[in-house]
Design a binder for this molecule. Sequence first.
Ligand code: FFO
Ligand code: ATP
Length: 188
Amino acid sequence: MITKKKLRAEMILVRKQLSPQYITQSSQQISEKLVQSSFFIDADVILFYMAIRSEVDLRAAMKSAWQLGKQIALPKVNPKERTMNCYRIDSFSELELGSYGIVEPPSDPTKEIDPGTIPLVIVPGVAFDPLGFRLGYGGGYYDRFFSKYTSCIRVGVAYPEQIVATVYPESHDQPMHLIVTPQQIFNV
Ligand SMILES: Nc1nc2c(c(=O)[nH]1)N(C=O)[C@@H](CNc1ccc(C(=O)N[C@@H](CCC(=O)O)C(=O)O)cc1)CN2
Ligand SMILES: Nc1ncnc2c1ncn2[C@@H]1O[C@H](COP(=O)(O)OP(=O)(O)OP(=O)(O)O)[C@@H](O)[C@H]1O
């Protein structure tokens, strides 16, 4: 547990030190890789996320998905239960500031999507390891989500600096199926 906490603090620091230009360029490259992938092309609905604090920014991939007629969903967190609900968004202008400084969809019941029907989930992270395990902010939001909704393809996105030898996975940790970096797609 101490090692995991230490690694989280270290890796948040590593990510913080990336320059805005590097983040923009890497995010663009990851977006391009995503858009060209068969798992992306085949998905009619995709759960994305809105980047916070130097995370990979996937707005370019989201725009491409809209142009291809796909539905885009974003999570809205319920910090009390540490769960996430999913809502379709049709433009970035709908979004509002939510918990943890994350830009989120409004809770419009007409736009809520059953997470069990989402075929592809793109996942942010603090670090990933070669087995696809992910270190997040420690809320367990995505682990809880994937333990309940098991049928989607889980794709982590990361700068190469975020790939580490191990993230010290625990029994509740739900691994990614693929990790996309600006240079390559790891099939784990
Ligand atoms: N962009 C993005 N959206 C996401 C996630 C994410 O990692 N990135 N999440 C992935 O799970 C969920 C939100 N999870 C989060 C959990 C904790 C903190 C956080 O800032 N925690 C504080 C300490 C606790 C607090 O303030 O209450 C911290 O780290 O300083 C942020 C996001 C859902 N949405
Ligand atoms: N399926 C689950 N059901 C209940 N609790 C869970 C589940 N998965 C994880 N948790 C709890 O959530 C807490 C945080 O888990 P962990 O440290 O792996 O978070 P994380 O993956 O880094 O965070 P996040 O997904 O929010 O970025 C742990 O204390 C764990 O017990």
